[in-house]
Design a protein around this ligand. Structure first.
Ligand SMILES: [Zn+2]
Length: 271
């Protein structure tokens, strides 16, 4: 059993190179341009489970890795890659020193960060440095938690690079019902020169990606043609749901996924 990735390992999987990302060509392009030509503040938006976080995480790792591959993927082996595993790091303050990266990196989980922690960014982070990258994960949470005001001025006035992600939700009522929104203030949106929406993969690409993931994770697909088509439709083209379907398959003794399993899969969001 030890040769097989566990359900949790599958659930927590992050792509190691650009070819492992399904869809999201604009996000990939943005990061490749950043790596080649330098960065500026950027906001990445998209529906939940669309692969936003995984694509951003790969972008950050590729940017920070001093030994990236010819195709601009992170090497996966150096200290910077290890420290930014899953796009997060616990060594924020000493990142450059321990990794040899030209950048320093500070991830902020906007769902849990405290007011004090936000204020301490100003003393603990080199905000006047263009090689300082601050990642605001789920930035809309700052507004909801009434913390946004603490950052607006800082983002505006510092040299550091601010990268943010926000989930897009479908409006449920009012005259703009059905439109996508990020629940971000105009002011916060205005702080990001580049705004990139995550895009869902083409069904053909997603089918190929599903087959590839099944091989990598050693999950057998029963009646592949039918099952893969059903996975594409049921997941509504969102790779994140497919990953969860595979994680569920890995909990079963038979380590397989078939039409009935796909039908029984629980989607955890509505939009
Ligand atoms: Zn590396």
């Amino acid at each position: 059993m030890k040769d097989f990735p566990t359900p949790q390992q599958i659930r927590r999987w992050f792509p190691g190179c650009w070819s492992e990302i399904a869809g999201n060509s604009e996000v990939v392009e943005t990061w490749k341009n950043f790596i080649a030509n330098g960065l500026c503040n950027a906001l990445f938006t998209g529906p939940s489970r669309s692969g936003k976080k995984r694509a951003i995480s790969l972008g950050i790792r590729a940017l920070l890795c001093p030994n990236r591959t010819e195709l601009l993927s992170p090497c996966g082996k150096c200290a910077a890659c290890k420290a930014t595993d899953e796009g997060r790091t616990v060594h924020a303050g000493v990142f450059t020193a321990i990794t040899g990266s030209e950048y320093s990196f500070y991830p902020v989980d906007c769902e849990t960060v405290t007011a004090d922690e936000l204020d301490s960014l100003q003393t603990e982070v080199e905000l006047e440095n263009e090689t300082t990258i601050i990642y605001l994960d789920e930035v809309a949470a700052l507004r909801r938690r009434r913390l946004e005001g603490r950052l607006l001025k800082v983002i505006d006035e510092t040299e550091a690079i601010w990268i943010a992600s926000a989930v897009s939700l479908k409006r449920k009522k009012g005259s703009r019902k059905g439109e996508w929104t990020e629940r971000l203030s105009k002011e916060m949106k205005g702080r990001f020169a580049i705004k990139v929406g995550t895009s869902l993969p083409h069904p053909d690409d997603l089918c190929g990606w599903i087959a590839e993931r099944a091989r990598a994770w050693k999950i057998r697909i029963i009646d592949p043609k039918t099952t893969i088509t059903m996975m594409v439709i049921r997941s509504r083209y969102r790779a994140g749901y497919v990953v969860n379907m595979f994680a569920e398959a890995a909990t079963r003794d038979r380590r397989s996924i078939g039409p009935d399993d796909v039908l029984g899969f629980n989607l955890d969001t509505e939009d």
